[in-house]
Design a protein around this ligand. Structure first.
Ligand SMILES: Nc1ncnc2c1ncn2[C@@H]1O[C@H](COP(=O)(O)OP(=O)(O)OP(=O)(O)O)[C@@H](O)[C@H]1O
Ligand SMILES: [Mg+2]
Length: 280
């Protein structure tokens, strides 16, 4: 099983689009694939599961979801404290394996653990009870069930992103050619290196995914060249801007199912091949 986290604390750089479309290509190519959504915005859950995963004031989030997993895990701990001699209660309240929170997507080989809007409220309790390794441990139980796991993360460096970095072997960093994004990359890479040092020496920076790259314009070319000159691992396959991405979100159909021959789909396909061949 290979687990990739798509991470950048900057918002709107393409994390959810990249996590979902790479997961969809992976599944399409026959890999049993799981997408875990750790972002309370639940964009990738909605992208793949459509209305079922869309919540509103009168419609609760789809259950079971990743929040239920973390909640039940905390519930277990509380029972242990309160009912330390009641072994039956401990077993009854034990959080189930991650498999119990999985939903099938409409796409063959592709499953999803959705997010929920109130997930963020659990961060403090999870942090104070030192649950940062739980996602990693739970994912290890899925070895054999899935060949590829993609984790979508919120635009922040918080409990959930750190959990995901600890649970993964590779990190993909979307980059949108913006000058502010370039400055944010420094902090981001420092965060990843600190996570490698402190928690997860398996974690490799798989590469920077240049998104919405306008090959004809001078500035984006210069910005990307600067990254390369600084020795940053920029992946060769860059994703062009296209309105097809919004259409794909709107129709809840990943690109590989919506328009196989489109240039954006082809760029994603080439990115997928590049990372799969990456022998880091
Ligand atoms: N290659 C692309 N071409 C055109 N639009 C794109 C492309 N990639 C992403 N977008 C658009 O950019 C916006 C942000 O993308 P996305 O939601 O994937 O980013 P994100 O990093 O997950 O955002 P957030 O930080 O809010 O979670 C979306 O409206 C999406 O449709
Ligand atoms: Mg997102």
């Amino acid at each position: 099983m290979r687990t990739r986290v798509v991470f950048n604390q900057k918002g709107g750089v393409g994390k959810s689009s990249i996590a979902v479309n790479l997961a969809a290509i992976s599944a399409y190519q026959g890999f049993k694939t799981l997408l875990i959504d750790l972002d309370p915005q639940a964009n990738s859950s909605q992208y793949l599961l459509g209305d079922d995963a869309t919540y509103s004031a009168d419609k609760p989030a789809l259950e079971p979801n990743i929040e239920n997993y973390f909640e039940e895990m905390l519930g277990t701990t509380q029972s242990k404290g309160l009912l330390s001699n009641a072994i039956g209660s401990i077993l009854k309240n034990r959080a189930k394996g991650l498999q119990s929170y999985v939903h099938s997507s409409p796409f063959k080989n592709l499953d999803v653990i959705p997010a929920s809007p109130t997930l963020g409220a659990l961060a403090y309790a999870l942090e104070s009870k030192h649950k940062i390794y739980k996602l990693r441990d739970a994912l290890q139980q899925l070895e054999g069930e899935y060949e590829r796991v993609y984790i979508d993360t919120p635009p922040a460096f918080n409990f959930f992103t750190l959990s995901a970095l600890i649970a993964s072997d590779r990190v993909l960093i979307p980059f949108d050619c913006d000058v502010f994004s370039k400055r944010a990359l420094q902090t981001l890479i420092e965060n990843v290196i600190e996570t490698q040092d402190d928690h997860n020496d398996r974690l490799e920076i798989e590469g920077i995914v240049v998104n919405q790259f306008q090959a004809q314009a001078k500035l984006p070319r210069e910005v990307v060249q600067q990254l390369k000159d600084e020795g940053l691992p920029v992946l060769a396959s860059m994703l062009p801007p296209s309105i097809l991405m919004k259409e794909s979100h709107f129709k809840n159909q990943p690109l590989i199912h919506l328009a196989t021959d489109h240039k954006l789909t082809q760029a994603y396909q080439s990115l997928f091949n590049e990372i799969e061949q990456n022998k880091i």
